[in-house]
Design a protein around this ligand. Structure first.
Ligand code: IFM
Length: 446
């Protein structure tokens, strides 16, 4: 497996190595950058979660974040000046509908201006409808464990589609469904912080249903480029024992095959259904046609591989073992081979000729504005090369999105982790493009 190259100063890869028309973009999400205290946005389950001692580092929230709500023209200029083709942004449900139901005109106006701002600068708007800021009213009413939430989400999708759908280049309903459901309801690591197989199984279905209901809304309104953005991990057994191979297979089922199977084949994986069965919502089978409507593209958010072994406790009893590869500031192994593997596997097993996009890839690094972030250049270079190998093998990959434009709110880890191409001083809000930003701009010009 590839070692990272922390001494790399510039990309050897060039835009011209990729097929004609390949889309390079960068991504952010609403709650992580906008400043949720501004513009009449409603309380979300993240503020509630951050108030529980010990759940979020230093109890931080997205109240101010990068103040993108006021500084968005400067941020869009940074995207345009880098030579990026597109911007993957998200629309905050709690900003547009503070109580999850009624529209806040200031909130929807913000996205209207933002999309026009992208178009004026020649940037293609790639929207994600939901990147995790559930209005607290809906969270208190059961959140993703109840069917009312996907139904309310369909209404939110209507509001967005009616206002900005005519100008979007592409749209994905839910960012990283696994995080919304499993990480937040079984592992308890994200809001609302539940640790319950019953809640998690219900959320795993309701989030998939939210995707399907939103796809139907977007299609009804002729919104172009309707897809999905799922996070996938390369699941490896910690050793070749049967127990470790079983753990890796189960992890792969919950993390990767659940949403891929539901969205692309209209069928959840049987080995995972065996464990979820007592907890699935009534008549879930009736929703599978809605969940698996045809898409225009499928997006993969990829960061790392993971090594699995048998854990303690009831099903699914999986534990993680630390691996040998160099790690990012998140402690995640740098494993570009996992991206190549997943691209080929997804195309072969699920998506066939459907265009694929890498909708997120990047690393957290302990950056300061006065030290070049060589590690980010090396990480991205290795993943560009993995993408090129997959393309050479016939995978219909059409775009690559770097996470993230700006250092931002990393959820449970607060502001401690820096993923940006652009450094943010969270005291002054000064934006300082990092060495990786300049290197990427040069790479895109070649
Ligand atoms: O910051 C997150 C983002 O919100 C979703 N994808 C992974 C990123 C890094 O953890």
């Amino acid at each position: 497996m590839t070692k990272s190259r922390p001494d790399a100063a510039a990309f050897t890869t060039a835009r011209s190595d990729f097929p004609e028309g390949f889309t390079f973009s960068t991504a952010t999400s609403a709650y992580q950058i906008e400043g949720h205290a501004f513009g009449g946005a409603g309380r979300t389950h993240w503020e509630a979660f951050a108030e529980i001692p010990g759940k979020v580092d230093r109890g931080e929230t997205g109240a101010v974040a990068c103040d993108h709500y006021h500084r968005w023209p400067e941020d869009l200029d940074l995207i345009a000046e880098a030579g990026l083709d597109a911007y993957r942004f998200s629309t905050s449900w709690a900003r547009v509908m503070p109580d999850g139901v009624n529209v806040n005109s200031e909130g929807i106006d913000f996205y209207d201006k933002l999309v026009d701002g992208m178009l004026e600068r020649g940037i293609k708007p790639m929207a994600t409808l939901y990147h995790w800021e559930l209005p607290e009213t809906l969270s208190k009413a059961g959140g993703w464990t109840v069917r009312d939430t996907p139904e309310a989400f369909a209404h939110f999708a209507e509001v967005i589609a009616d206002r900005i759908g005519d100008r979007l280049h592409s749209v994905a309903p839910v960012n990283e469904p696994w995080c919304v459901a499993w990480l937040s309801h079984f592992e308890g690591y994200h809001a609302p912080g539940l640790v319950s197989l019953d809640a998690a199984a219900k959320a795993m279905h309701h989030v998939a249903l939210a995707h399907g209901l939103a796809v139907e809304v977007l299609r009804d309104r002729d919104v172009r480029g309707v897809g999905a953005a799922c996070n996938l991990e390369y699941a490896l057994p910690a050793s070749e024992t049967k127990a470790d191979r079983t753990a890796a297979r189960l992890y792969d089922g919950i993390y990767n095959r659940w949403f891929l199977g539901g969205m692309m084949h209209g069928a959840y994986p049987e080995d995972i259904l065996d464990g979820f069965a007592p907890h699935m919502p009534e008549r879930w089978q009736d929703d599978m046609a809605m969940i698996s409507q045809p898409l225009d593209w499928f997006g993969i958010n990829y960061y790392t591989c993971r090594r699995l072994t048998r854990g303690e406790g009831p099903w699914p009893s999986i534990a993680t073992v630390e691996g040998p590869l160099p790690k990012t500031d998140m402690g995640w192994e740098i494993c570009p081979e996992g991206l190549e593997h997943l691209l080929k596997w997804v195309a072969d097993t699920y998506t066939g000729d459907l265009p694929l996009f890498i909708t997120e890839n990047g690393l957290a690094n302990a950056d300061t504005p006065d030290r070049p972030d060589h590690e980010r250049v090396a990480y991205l270079e290795a993943h560009f090369q993995a993408a090129l190998r997959a393309i050479a093998a016939g995978v219909p990959l059409e775009g690559f999105t770097v996470w993230s434009l700006l250092d931002n709110y990393e959820w449970t880890l607060g502001y401690a982790k820096r993923f940006g191409l652009v450094h943010i001083d969270f005291d002054t809000q000064a934006r300082t493009p990092k060495a990786s930003y300049h290197a990427l701009a040069r790479m895109l010009s070649r």
